[in-house]
Design a protein around this ligand. Structure first.
Ligand SMILES: Cc1cc2nc3c(=O)[nH]c(=O)nc-3n(C[C@H](O)[C@H](O)[C@H](O)COP(=O)(O)OP(=O)(O)OC[C@H]3O[C@@H](n4cnc5c(N)ncnc54)[C@H](O)[C@@H]3O)c2cc1C
Length: 375
């Protein structure tokens, strides 16, 4: 049996951020990833704030584009929003974060899937499988950073999905050499998404086209919805005659998990439901929570205390962040707006327009709230 101080399951943004911090303090960290390389199969729009990209000091080869503004297409009008973003490709970005963690001393095991976790004699045993065999690793602490289908569920912690708290997203990557488009476009139309939106996010040589919808609000088949979106006037003009390079779908958690730690266990990122429920964005939360988990793991290792009480510091610190505050607010508002959406199909879109788009006048807000009464 292999031995490590900490095993991190999953080398997405959450896992690699945690591993990077813990290994940096000199502890022995095993970062395990089921895919051939980090990010190989991770489905995403690849949007994050420019501020976060700068904080990570992303080199040019990883930072696809700086995005100075967004355009939002609502049924009642088109709005520009001056929010600065960055655009990345997960196939490169996740690899970059994992390599950074390796440079800091983590050991990355790729093509290695965690298949079971057990508690044994006060330690955690992680069972892994690669193409050849099953192995075991014993550690003081395990970090679940394994995304929406987390193994943490077995211990009553982490995200537990159901049709009402999870969205399905479908992304097409479309060839677009030297893509000149410099902004994000989001489309809110109930034929595209009853609870979510369609998007086009430009990369250097690609266009990322996607749709995301809360599963309980999907009408029909997500592929048909994507076809409808692709044939809409703005999108069809942009992608006309271009080759679709790949099509990938994945789930997005839309509700924060109640419990994100237990004795010898921390849960980070999507595995803990740390996604903004309105935007479906979770990269930054995964990084912020991953870094907090890393610092708390170091204290636990320093003090040799892996009790549930000691590790509750992770939850306390996460809940003090502005990321948590926004996620929680959106989660509460979702619970309130979801039943109302049976009366007004555009309730979420109206709320988003009024609350998150800059420079919307009071009269305009009134007109939006009363749509379709006043067009
Ligand atoms: C269609 C779509 C579009 C999105 N667009 C955006 C966006 O534009 N901006 C944004 O901020 N967020 C977006 N998100 C959300 C974002 O992708 C996630 O919030 C983010 O990836 C969370 O990071 P993570 O590290 O927690 O989990 P993940 O990125 O899911 O990483 C988990 C990792 O664990 C590995 N793994 C899983 N199980 C095991 C196992 N048993 N053993 C070993 N390895 C395992 C996986 O292969 C993966 O590499 C989108 C999501 C979807 C589905």
């Amino acid at each position: 049996m292999d031995v490590a101080d900490v095993v991190v399951i999953g080398s997405g943004p959450a896992g690699s951020s945690t591993a990077n911090i813990v290994a940096g303090a000199g502890y022995n960290v095993l970062l395990i990833e089921k895919d051939e390389w980090p990010g190989k199969n991770n489905v995403c729009g690849g949007g994050m704030s420019e501020q976060r990209a700068d904080k990570l000091k992303l080199p040019d080869k990883i930072l696809e584009k700086r995005i100075p503004y967004e355009v939002h297409h609502f049924p009642w009008g088109v709005y520009e929003n001056r929010e600065r973003h960055a655009s990345i490709l997960r196939s490169k970005f996740d690899r970059y974060l994992a390599e950074r963690a390796e440079e800091n001393g983590s050991t990355l095991l790729t093509s290695t899937k965690a298949v079971n976790i057990k508690r044994r004699d006060g330690r955690i045993v992680v069972y892994t499988s690669n193409k050849k065999n099953i192995s075991t690793i014993s550690s003081d602490l395990v970090i679940f950073a394994d995304g929406v289908n987390t193994l943490a569920k077995k211990f009553g912690i982490g995200f537990k999905k159901d049709n009402n708290n999870t969205a399905l997203g479908l992304v097409y990557e479309i060839e677009y050499k030297e893509n000149p488009i410099d902004h994000y476009e989001m489309f809110y139309d109930r034929n595209i998404s009853g609870w979510g939106y369609g998007w086009i996010f430009p990369k250097k040589d690609l266009m990322n086209v996607g749709v995301g919808c809360r599963i309980s609000k999907i009408r029909g088949n997500i592929k048909d919805i994507m076809n409808y979106f692709m044939s809409s006037p703005v999108v069809s003009t942009i992608i006309q005659g271009r080759k679709i390079l790949n099509k990938k779908a994945a789930l997005i958690p839309l509700a924060p998990a109640r419990e994100i730690h237990d004795q010898s266990m921390l849960v980070v990122g999507d595995a803990a439901g740390m996604v903004y429920p309105f935007f479906g964005a979770g990269i930054e939360n995964a990084i912020v929570a991953g870094e907090i988990a890393g610092r708390v793991a170091i204290s636990a290792l320093d003090e040799n205390d892996f009790s549930k009480q000691f590790l509750s510091e992770y939850k306390k610190q996460w809940e003090k962040t502005s990321n948590y505050a926004l996620m929680k607010r959106q989660s509460i508002m979702s619970k309130f707006l979801l039943p109302l959406s049976n009366l007004d199909a555009y309730i979420l879109q109206k709320y988003m327009n009024i609350s998150y788009i800059n420079d919307v006048s009071r009269n305009e807000k009134m007109r939006i709230a009363l749509y379709p009464l006043f067009r």
